[in-house]
Structures are given as C-alpha cells and as structure tokens.
Design a protein. Sequence first.
Length: 456
Amino acid sequence: MIESIFEFPELVPALLAIASLAVDRSLSVRAATRIGAGAAAAACALTVGGWQLGLPLESQGGHFTIDVLSRVLLPYVTFAFLCILVASPRRDRDPASLARLLLAEALVAALFSTRSPGLIAAFWALSPVPVWAALRARSRPAAQVFALYAGTSAALLAAGVALGSGGEDPSAAGVVMVALAILMHKGVMPFHSWVPVLFEKGAMWTALAYMLPQAGAYAVMRLLVPAAGALGRGPLWAIATAALATALYGAVLGVGQREAMRALGFVVMSQFALVLVGLDTVTSVGLLGGLTMWLSSGLALTGLGLALRALEVRRGTLRLDILSGGHDRMPLLAAAFLILGLASVGFPGTLGFVAEDLLVRGAIGTYPHVGIGIVLATALNGITILRAYLALFCGAREASSVAVGLKPRETLVLTALVLLLLFTGLIPGPVVASRREAVRAALHGAKLPPPPAGRH
C-alpha cells in the first residue's frame, strides 16, 4: 500500500479530496470528525511510511512526481494538518469547516506532488479557495482583502509560467511575475497587510492551513532556483532582500502588539520570511538552512497557534497588555506554549536551533548584513514569545482555582509536536541529510556548486 504512493503520486490528494466530499455530506460533527481524522491519518501514514522505507526517490505518475524535495514536504504537510484537525476545538470542527480543511490539504498535497509549472500554477490558484470560503463565513471584509492578494498572486504566477519562468532559457519578465506572486503569497512587504487580518479575523485552522505549507517557498525551489543559472542570482537576491526587510518589520511590529492573535500573525510573517531569505541566497548552506527552517518553523508555529486557540476557547480574547495569570490552572498548556514558542525562534535543543545555525552560517559568509538581520529578527521574535508567555500565563492569580486541563486530544497533539521538535533537534541528522539531497538536486539543476558535506 505504501509503495503505491510512489507509483501513483496522485493517491494522497485524491484520498483527501474524496474524504472532503464525504465529510461535507455528514450529518453530525462526530461522523465528520471520524472520517476527516481517518483520512488525514491515512495520508500521514502513507507519506511518512514512504519516506522512512526509502522507496524510489522519483516516480512518474503522469504530471505528478515525488522527488527528494517533496518526499519530506508531504509528511510535513499531512502531519501538520492532522494535528490541526485533531486539536482544533469542537466549535471549529463543524462538517463544513472540516470539509474545507481537508480540501485545502488535498490541494496543498497535489501542489507538493508536481513539478509541472502549469499544474503548480493551477493548484496555486485553487489552494486559497477553501480558506477564502471559511474566512468569508466569519468576516466578509477580511475575505475581500484576502481574495485581492490571493487572486492577484494567482494571476501573476499563471502569467509568469505562461511567459516561461523556468527551463534552460527562462524569460526575465516571467521570472519577475513569478517573484511578485511569491511575495504576495508569502505576505512579504509591501504585500503583507492580509497576514495579521487572517489570524485576527479568521479561525485558527484557516490561518494555519494557508500559511504553514509555505507554497511560496515551494515555488521558489521549483520555478526560480532552476532559473538562477541562466539569469543569475539577481531576482532571488531581490526577494531575499525584501524577505529580510519583512522579517525585521514583522518582528518589530510583533513586539508592540496588544492582542495575542495579531502578535502571532506578525511572528509567523517574520519567521516564514526568513525561510525565503535562506532559499534565495542560493548558497548551499543557506538553502540547507532555509529548507530545514521550513520544517521547524512550520511545525513549531502550528503548535503555538493550536496552543493559543486552546487558551482562547477557555479564556476569551487574549490580551498582552495585562497580566492574566493562570499558570497554576493550566501548567501543561503553559509549558507547551513556551517550548513551542521558543522552538519557533531557534532555542537550543530544538530543530529550530539547527535551522537557525545553518541559515546564519549560509548568509553571513557572503552577505554579513543578512546574517546580522536574521539574528536581530529572531531575537525580537523571541522577545514577543516571552512577552506573550508572561502576559498570558504569569502575573496575577485568576479568581478561580479550578484546574482547566487540556483535553486528551489536545495533550496528544501538543506533546507530539514538542517531542518531535526536541528529538529532531537532538538528532537532526536524518532531517538535515534529506534536505541536503534536495539542495544538491536544486543546485545541480541550476548548474551551481553543490553543498559541502557537513556534520549535521
């Protein structure tokens, strides 16, 4: 069964799409949750099993391919979506919302299973639709802002692909359009205004489902890095510069936020921008750091978002300008919040630390100011995380002394994420080695030097 995912790379997206239709027709939340969780778990098991069994790196299934880049991204995406589905509160798991979540996962899985520029453009355009539909049900103005950026990004990417952004003779105009599409999709300045709105007005699963896959980074690896050999590093360096400015800008704004959800939005914007910085330096170590941070920041910030949502359900609006207390009543949630938050900014002992080290070393040798900017943005995001922890869990004691424990499914998901980030931080070899293979393939395609062998 696991081998079939490599023989037919369309299997996982098809499974999730069928489950989305079944969930949408369910009459009860319990039935919808069981179907959705079963499909998400099956997709996760297939992708993780295929990676660990070391099945063929490349298998053709029409226009779909699972190669050294996507065979790790697919387990990452399916596991993160499974965590979102299982840990989301009951009020967020009505059949319509679960159907949209599964459809969003199916589209992302399909996107990560193809190297075809045309199919990348198609799934890029379709993937925001479930998120837009969920956001529209909660806030029409927010949905309009989101649709403006997502629609423009899709049009630019399609135009860039049509003009020819890859291959041996890429079009400069096509590359510019693809670069603009990526900047909009990733929320890079000046196209960032929709990011905090998405976290503030949308459901947590909505924001995470759109942000955590980091489709913009995937487009960089598939469409822009291969063009670097022909057009030079100029377009990628321009994206890296804008991404670094965004990382610093988001980090500065995050420190001063009064609402936890907006602060999270700026931290996500900042940390995910650093992924682009690593990928767009097109140095071997920088690419390796960007690909590793893609995984570490995505998993850590997914867990942090789920922890915030669990706290919001128990307390209501979460403010950072007052000390709310509550550590004694919910120690596990407080501990998970702190560990996941610190893991997202590269705390030692976590996978984020390995990613941050590679990212800084990859940038500072060639572009010293970039390395300094990465460290500064990360430090500011760390301040935001600690400030949020102190405001949300420390200070004045709450009036009630009744313990508000996590539900078993919430405990399971948060514990799994914490242990995964700690385990891969202490033993990063398998993850980094798999990403080094992807770097070698990318640099070979772009006719650039391969990465040196390292200790990690």
